[in-house]
Write a protein that binds this ligand. Structure first.
Ligand SMILES: NC(=O)NCCC[C@H](N)C(=O)O
Length: 412
C-alpha cells in the first residue's frame, strides 16, 4: 500500500496532485501592495480561474486525481474538531500580528461566525477593515497606519502550492518561507497532514517542519530519483536549511545525495524550478542565464559524512557531469529555455518557460505563451501539453509552481 504521499521522482506518472484554485486573494490588493505580496501585476480573476480550471482538466484527462488545498484545509479542521479549529485560528491570528487584544477578539469572533470552508476562504482572501463594523481605539492600532485597508492580508501566492511544502519519498517538508507575504501559507499544509483523515496517522515523515528560522521553499526542492535530490541555493532557500534537511533525509530515508545548486538571488529566478526542471529520465530544461562560461555553475554534492550528523560536501561546476554521476547516466540532454536566444530566453524564463510540470516521463505541461521553448521541447521528442496562461503567469509561477504532487508512480 502506498502512503498518501509518495514521490520518488520528478517525472513518474502523476497520480495525485494538490492545487489551489485562484480566488479573491489574487485581486484583493492595490498596486502599491504588489511588490510586498510578490506579484508584478494584478490578474483578472475570472480568466485566471478559467485558465486554472483548464489546467486541472488537463491533469484529470491525463489520469491525475486533483485535490484542492482550500477544501483539504476545511476538511482537516472539521476532522480535527472544535479545539483544533480554535488552535488553528489562534495560530493564524498570531502569525497575522494579533496574538491577543481587541482586534484579535473581533477577528476571532467574525471568523468563527463563518462555516469552516467560508472561514478558510476568508483567511486566504484577506480581511478588509471595512468588512467589520469596528474601529480600533487601542494604542497599538492608533500608532499604526490607519489608511492601511486590511486587518489580515490576502495570500495571493497560495495557488503556487509547490512552495509551502514539498513531497519527498513517503513524506514531506513543511516549509518556513522567506518572505512575510508567504509565511502563513504553510500552516494550512501542517494542519492537513496532522488532522485530515486522508493523511493523519498514515506514517508520513516530516523531514523538516515549519518551526525554523532558516528558510526553504518547495520550488527549490527537486526529487531527481529515489535517492537523489537537487535543492536550489536561492533567494528563498538558505544553505543552512539545505544542510539541515540533508541530515534528516540521510538519517531516516533512502536519500543519500543532495545536490545544492546555486542560482542568482533575484525575483525572476526566485526558485531553482524557475530555471531548471527535470522532464524525462535523461532530459532537463535549463535557463541559459544561470550557466557561466562553458556551461558552469556552482554545485555542491552533499553525501553522508563519517559521523551521524556529519556531511561530506564536494564543490563542482560542471552541472551536466554532476547530474550524470548522481543519476548514473551516460549522457543527458539539457534543453535551453528560449532555444538559447538571449531575448527569447529572458522573456520566456520571465513567464516560466523553464517551469515545466512533468506528468509522466517525457510528457510535460507548460504555458502556451512560451512557444519557442515549447517547440524546442517537441523537437527534443517531448510530448508538450500547453495550457492557457495570460493571467496565471502574472503571479510569476508556472505549471510546476502551481502543483504539489502527492503521489507519483515509481519509475521502473
Ligand atoms: N516554485 C515557484 O517558482 N513558485 C513561484 C512563486 C511565485 C510567487 N509570486 C513568489 O514570489 O513566491
Amino acid at each position: 500500500m502506498t502512503t498518501p504521499i509518495h514521490v520518488t521522482s520528478e517525472i513518474g506518472k502523476l497520480k495525485t496532485v494538490m492545487l489551489k484554485r485562484p480566488d479573491v486573494e489574487v485581486e484583493n490588493f492595490t498596486p502599491d501592495m504588489m511588490s510586498r505580496l510578490l506579484f508584478d501585476d494584478i490578474p483578472y480573476l475570472p480568466i485566471a480561474q478559467q485558465e486554472h480550471d483548464n489546467f486541472a482538466k488537463v491533469l484529470r484527462e491525463n489520469g491525475t486525481e486533483v485535490l484542492y488545498l482550500e477544501k483539504l484545509s476545511a476538511e482537516a479542521l472539521d476532522d480535527g474538531g472544535e479545539e483544533v479549529k480554535l488552535n488553528f485560528l489562534q495560530q493564524m491570528l498570531t502569525e497575522s500580528g494579533y496574538m491577543a487584544g481587541t482586534i484579535h477578539d473581533v477577528l476571532k469572533e467574525y471568523l468563527l461566525s463563518l462555516d469552516t470552508q467560508a472561514m478558510v476562504n476568508k483567511i486566504m482572501g484577506g480581511v478588509r477593515k471595512d468588512e467589520l463594523d469596528f474601529t480600533p481605539s487601542d494604542l497599538v492600532s492608533a500608532a499604526e497606519d490607519s489608511d492601511y485597508p486590511f486587518f489580515m492580508d490576502p495570500m495571493p501566492n497560495l495557488y503556487f502550492t509547490r512552495d509551502p511544502a514539498a513531497s519527498i519519498g513517503d513524506g514531506l517538508s513543511i516549509n518556513h518561507m522567506t518572505f512575510a507575504a508567504r509565511q502563513r501559507e504553510s500552516l494550512f499544509m501542517e494542519t492537513i497532514i496532522k488532522y485530515h483523515h486522508r493523511f493523519a496517522n498514515k506514517g508520513l515523515n516530516v523531514w523538516r517542519d515549519r518551526n525554523h528560522t532558516t528558510r526553504i521553499e518547495g520550488g527549490d526542492e527537486l526529487v531527481l530519483s529515489d535517492h537523489v535530490m537537487a535543492i536550489g541555493v536561492s533567494q528563498r532557500t538558505s544553505a543552512n536549511a539545505i544542510e539541515d534537511i540533508a541530515r534528516n533525509l540521510f538519517k531516516d530515508s533512502n536519500f543519500d545525495t543532495v545536490i545544492a545548486i546555486r542560482i542568482p538571488h533575484n525575483h525572476a529566478m526566485m526558485h531553482l524550478d524557475t530555471v531548471f526542471t527535470m522532464i524525462n529520465t535523461d532530459q532537463f530544461t535549463v535557463h541559459p542565464g544561470i550557466l557561466g562560461e562553458g556551461g558552469h555553475i556552482d554545485t555542491w554534492t552533499i553525501t553522508p559524512g563519517k559521523g551521524t550528523e556529519d556531511l561530506h560536501l564536494e564543490h563542482k561546476t560542471d552541472l551536466k557531469q554532476v547530474l550524470k554521476d548522481a543519476l548514473g547516466l551516460d549522457d543527458l540532454d539539457l534543453i535551453p529555455t528560449g532555444n538559447g536566444d538571449p531575448i527569447v530566453a529572458g522573456r520566456e524564463q520571465w513567464n516560466d518557460g523553464s517551469n515545466t510540470l512533468a506528468i509522466a516521463p517525457g510528457v510535460v505541461v507548460t504555458y502556451n505563451r512560451n512557444y519557442v521553448s515549447n517547440e524546442l521541447l517537441r523537437k527534443h521528442g517531448l510530448k508538450v501539453i500547453d495550457i492557457l496562461s495570460s493571467e496565471l503567469s502574472r503571479g510569476r509561477g508556472g505549471p510546476r509552481c502551481m502543483s504539489m504532487p502527492l503521489v507519483r508512480e515509481d519509475l521502473k
